[in-house]
Design a protein. Structure first.
Length: 300
């Protein structure tokens, strides 16, 4: 005869007269609906869990949300990560605006278009996480200036960092600061349309103008582009422009002997654009604020 034994395990507290066991819920200390063990910003509410640079840290708590930096290195302790910090050795930089273009419907409320010299309005295709800008004119200049949450232009000086992809085949792609219109102010330019693109640092105030341009001799190969504009700071009266275009890198710096005008910051095009577009994935604006008295940052 074969005996079959059944062992029944019962974990019923009531059977043994024990108190019921209550399983504590997983914590969500910032109350954004994402539990702490999976929240990419457990101390800052960010229900969308946006992580534009893909480094595992949410944009709302990432000290450099446009460049992957899992170690959050911040040498000068100003809460702006070294990869985004225009002055990583001094502790006075503040993140002012970081725009990931997360909400396509909000683009017109966050950016103001200005054109001069007969330039036609470029085409704008805003999508979740990026915006594609396509010039439609080979004359004049156009620029988008960043606005605060009240619709006012944020005035310079501002350091600007842009990440995106460019298929432009001519003309100038530029990030700007202290600019009263698209042709003036402090500019970092990528000059296209020749065998060797140029990177230029330029300032223009009225008819007074200074610039330094250097050839980018290495072929860019891919269309990824990172542009950085550093405005004068403290005893440094120079303006620095750095462009990473695919695998090519070039710098230009000009020592300023003319005063910068007053104006806004943003991105623009200038004449001669013959095709292609710029697809912007993110833009960071920062400024030097002595004693680190940073205003509330604007995250979009």
């Amino acid at each position: 005869m074969r005996w079959i034994s059944l062992l029944v395990l019962c974990a019923c507290n009531e059977l043994y007269g024990l108190e019921s066991t209550n399983v504590a819920p997983m914590p969500d200390r910032d109350g954004d609906g994402a539990l702490d063990d999976s929240d990419n910003c457990p101390d800052d509410s960010n229900a969308d869990q946006s992580d534009d640079d893909g480094d595992g840290l949410g944009d709302r708590c990432d000290n450099c949300p446009i460049v992957p930096n899992t170690d959050q290195r911040d040498y000068d302790g100003d809460k702006l990560g070294d990869f985004c910090d225009p002055h990583p050795g001094t502790g006075d930089d503040c993140l002012v605006v970081y725009d990931t273009f997360a909400d396509p419907a909000a683009f017109d409320a966050h950016w103001s278009l200005a054109t001069i010299g007969g330039a036609q309005n470029p085409l704008v295709k805003a999508q979740a996480g990026h915006v594609e800008l396509t010039p439609t004119s080979v004359v004049g200049a156009a620029a988008w200036f960043v606005l605060d949450d009240n619709g006012n232009m944020i005035q310079g000086p501002l350091d600007v960092l842009l990440r995106g992809k460019s298929t432009l085949t001519g003309g100038l792609l530029q990030i700007i600061s202290n600019a009263p219109d698209p042709s003036l102010g402090i500019q970092c330019q990528l000059r296209l349309g020749t065998a060797d693109p140029q990177v230029a640092a330029m300032i223009q105030n009225g008819t007074a103008k200074q610039e330094v341009a250097n050839l980018m001799k290495t072929a860019h190969v891919t269309d990824g582009v990172m542009m950085r504009l550093l405005t004068p700071h403290g005893n440094d009266f120079g303006e620095l422009c750095r462009v990473d275009y695919g695998v090519a890198i070039q710098l230009a710096k000009v020592s300023l002997s003319i005063a910068a005008p007053q104006g806004g910051a943003g991105i623009g095009f200038t004449g001669g654009l013959t095709g292609g577009s710029i697809d912007i994935e993110g833009i960071v604006l920062s400024r030097v604020v002595p004693a680190g008295d940073c205003p509330p940052k604007i995250l979009r």
